[in-house]
Design a protein around this ligand. Structure first.
Ligand code: ZN
Ligand code: ZN
Length: 413
């Protein structure tokens, strides 16, 4: 028995007046997605707990069975793991941006003119592996990921993730001086390292040939790195050990791959999976079907629904839901439902009106062999609330799926 869970990021929404008081899920044309509640059991799910707007990272931890209040230790390590870097238990990871600053370190462009991949790759090579004179025991790992984004890891003794961001999160502001967030000597030391590193990165980048070329071409130089989201990897028993399974994530975004890697799941690259509106959702479905022979549990993630909601674009969100429908259509046509469970849900509600994550529950449907089929006919926030799963939490999903595929252990005699 196998299980595939499809997560439409931020796919759930609130009623939208322009849609006649309906949600994008209620309006979208999605005949294949709607087969899942019709052939299965449905419910609504609070990713963390009722009324708590979940981040994608904390929600994915919960959906994979890990209490985020216990295991969430900042976003940085997930980004680094998702970028394919190896992160050790004592390492401190950050997300970073290539940015443009003036001579006083005032940010003039937080994304360095949305710097392209080849320039950023070349600049990254000059930053990776540098050592600071005052902190010779600390190794710096630097990797460019996509566009203006990068991942940075500090490896060495006596480091702490309890440090603030240098990223001012806005323009015309000076790069923030990083502060220690607790009174430990480790936090103080780590904040000094990041402040030193900010200066050193700026020196190296300012006169780099790539930036000389960019200035000549009239492009903003990528002459600073902004740090945020200091994090460490959670010390958690891998999901693969807890359930004695092989598990895989199919996602484009580094964060999602990183959360899944942190709990012991494998990742694969799928051609055409981009994490954008153009992503090839059917290619993801095909990769999932092809991986079923090797894996017991596969998480397929689609990001575009959340992006559309953050843009306040409900038409785009509906279009993305319809692209997820094509993914489900491929699964239903190519998976043996007598030995495979298919679940669909969202990692949180993202409101097109508010352009933000909200604390409302999300719909969930599961179909597969010997499922207790209820009377829900359509996959939506409202319809699924009538279903047989009732109201569950994110942390319940993986145990439910593992029990369905016969991988749960009995508690007691
Ligand atoms: Zn999300
Ligand atoms: Zn979001």
């Amino acid at each position: 028995m196998k299980a595939i869970i499809v997560i439409g990021d931020g796919m759930a929404d609130r009623p939208i007046s322009e849609l006649g008081g309906k949600t994008p899920l209620q309006v979208a044309r999605k005949p294949s997605i709607d087969k899942l509640p019709r052939l299965g059991i449905s419910g609504i799910m609070d990713p963390i707990s009722p009324g708590i707007p979940a981040g994608s990272d904390t929600s994915h931890l919960a959906i994979l069975g890990y209490d985020p209040y216990k295991y969430y230790q900042g976003r940085g390590a997930f980004e680094a793991l998702g970028a394919g870097l190896e992160v050790g238990l004592g390492d401190i990871s950050f997300r970073g941006n290539f940015a443009t600053v003036d001579n006083d370190l005032v940010v003039t462009d937080r994304r360095a003119g949305r710097i392209g991949n080849s320039d950023a790759d070349e600049l990254a090579k000059s930053l990776d592996g540098i050592r600071l004179d005052d902190f010779p025991d600390v190794q710096v790992v630097f990797k460019h990921t996509v566009e203006h984004r990068c991942a940075i890891i500090l490896k060495g003794p006596r480091l702490s993730r309890m440090v603030s961001d240098s990223d001012p999160e806005g323009e015309r502001q000076k790069i923030h001086v990083v502060k220690n967030l607790d009174q430990s000597s480790e936090a103080l030391r780590t904040s000094s390292i990041i402040n030193e590193l900010t200066k050193r990165f700026h020196q190296i980048l300012e006169n780099h040939p790539v930036n000389t070329r960019r200035r000549v071409a009239g492009l903003p130089p990528a002459n600073a790195i902004l740090f945020r989201g200091a994090g460490t990897v959670p010390k958690a028993t891998p999901i693969t050990e807890t359930y004695n399974i092989k598990a895989l994530v199919i996602a484009a975004g580094a964060l999602y791959k990183g959360v899944c890697r942190a709990v012991g799941m494998d990742t694969i690259e799928v051609k055409g999976a981009t994490g954008t509106y153009e992503t090839d959702t059917v290619a993801k479905a095909r990769a999932a079907v092809e991986s079923l022979s090797k894996y017991d549990y596969i998480l397929v993630h689609v990001k575009g629904t959340d992006n559309a909601a953050h843009d306040g674009n409900f038409k785009q969100k509906i279009a993305m839901i319809e692209k997820i429908d094509a993914l489900i259509d491929y699964l239903l046509k190519n998976v043996d439902l007598s030995e495979t469970f298919i679940a669909i849900t969202a990692d949180h509600t993202t409101s097109c009106d508010w352009k933000e994550h909200m604390g409302d529950p999300v719909p969930i449907s599961i179909t597969g062999p010997e499922i207790r089929v209820d009377s829900v006919e359509r996959f939506s926030e409202v319809d699924c609330a009538q279903g047989g799963l009732g109201r569950i939490r994110g942390i319940n999903i993986t145990p439910i799926l593992m029990d369905l595929i016969g991988k749960s252990k009995k508690f007691g005699e």
